[in-house]
Design a protein around this ligand. Structure first.
Ligand code: AHG
Ligand code: MN
Ligand code: MN
Length: 339
């Protein structure tokens, strides 16, 4: 393809606004600003030890997890980039206890942005792919100072969702509710270029992603499902299954978007107070929107993730997502068992 025919993210968004009417100017600006912040995070991630970016920040977030330097830096990059543009009413993040209001010196917009600034923190120091996940909601009408309650909307209300994966290349994946599109960062030029339109996830797969070390804590339907996969060709599924687990949700989901698969982080009995590890608002919901938009499915094992009415900003949920037929099968096992 000659370079003159390349479609940049900017051009893609302008065409979405002009021709399809999918987005307005503020949402276009919001996506551009998030993409620009992801470029800065990509640069910080890429510097590694040379940028003094590795290791712990010596602080804990609201979930009691030790923050890495890059968790804190990425959060600051996203905050700074998004505060002043006039497109947001408030922001919320994995790394902040409460929503972050827009400072009074700046105008306020109609959108709410929620993000996981750096997903896959345990992989930073070992040079394995990490990413950023984001979700865009509308600020409820009449709410002037949006607090936690304004964010507690089901995933079906997301107007956009996306992630950036900082891997061997940096890729931005975006949905505005009309298919899933991927953009690869041209590092020399500094812009995201459209490299995949209307990406779809195959309905069937022979690859699963799960942290098998938790097997002793799983509930019965989970054990049944994985036992059947592991039994392979001579078992009830009649074929062999392969396993991959990066331990960065962005990277695992990106593989599934590229070639299919099922990603599972189930509820387990290790800590009964936690209904799963992953967070609904800035991990499960945006990924569920992307996966559904790509023809896949996303459930908690019992219900559709996007239908959950959130109770808390940092609430956790079990996650089953990816190739439709596998997600439906494991969900049926859970429903049958009444778990
Ligand atoms: P984060 O780094 O934002 O806290 O998220 C980490 C998540 C997710 O990316 C990944 O799928 C999962 O934690 C890995 O968990 P295990 O370490 O239990 O495998
Ligand atoms: Mn995460
Ligand atoms: Mn994170």
């Amino acid at each position: 393809m000659p370079s003159t025919s390349r479609v940049s993210l900017t051009r893609f968004l302008i065409e979405q606004q002009r021709e399809k009417g999918h987005i307005n100017g503020d949402l276009r600006l919001l996506i551009e600003v998030v993409a620009r912040a992801c470029k800065r995070i990509s640069i910080a991630v890429g510097k590694g030890a040379l940028g003094n970016m590795l290791g712990s920040a010596g602080t804990e977030n609201v979930q009691g997890e030790v923050q890495k330097k890059l968790d804190v830096v990425s959060n600051e990059i996203l905050l700074e980039a998004n505060e002043w543009g006039g497109h947001l009413a408030a922001l919320a993040s994995e790394e902040m206890d409460d929503p972050h209001p827009i400072p009074h010196r700046y105008p306020k917009g109609e959108y709410l942005l929620v993000f996981d600034p750096l997903d896959g923190s345990s992989n930073i120091d070992v040079n394995i792919s990490v990413g950023t996940i984001f979700s865009v909601l509308r600020c409820p009408e009449g709410v002037k100072e949006p607090g936690e309650a304004a964010f507690l909307q089901p995933g079906t209300k997301q107007v956009a969702a996306g992630y950036a994966v900082y891997g061997s290349s940096t890729v931005l994946v975006l949905t505005l509710g009309d298919g899933v599109h991927t953009f690869t960062l041209d590092r020399e030029q500094g812009s995201f270029i459209l490299t995949g339109s209307n990406v779809t996830i195959p309905e069937d797969t022979s690859e699963f992603a799960i942290n098998m070390s938790n097997i002793r804590h799983w509930e019965a339907p989970m054990k049944r499902y994985i036992d059947e996969l592991l039994a392979g060709r001579t078992g009830p599924r009649g074929r062999d299954f392969n396993m991959r687990w990066v331990a960065s949700m962005v990277a695992d989901v990106h593989r599934i978007l590229t070639r299919g698969g099922i990603f599972i982080y189930p509820r387990d009995l290790k800590d009964p107070s936690k209904p799963g590890k992953l967070r609904l608002m800035y991990e499960a919901n945006p990924m569920a929107m992307i996966v559904e938009q790509a023809g896949g499915a996303a459930t908690t094992g019992l219900e559709r993730i996007l239908d959950i009415l959130p109770q808390q900003l940092h609430q956790r949920v079990p996650v089953f997502l990816g190739s439709k037929n596998e997600v439906e099968r494991v969900t049926a096992y859970h429903r049958e068992s009444g778990a």
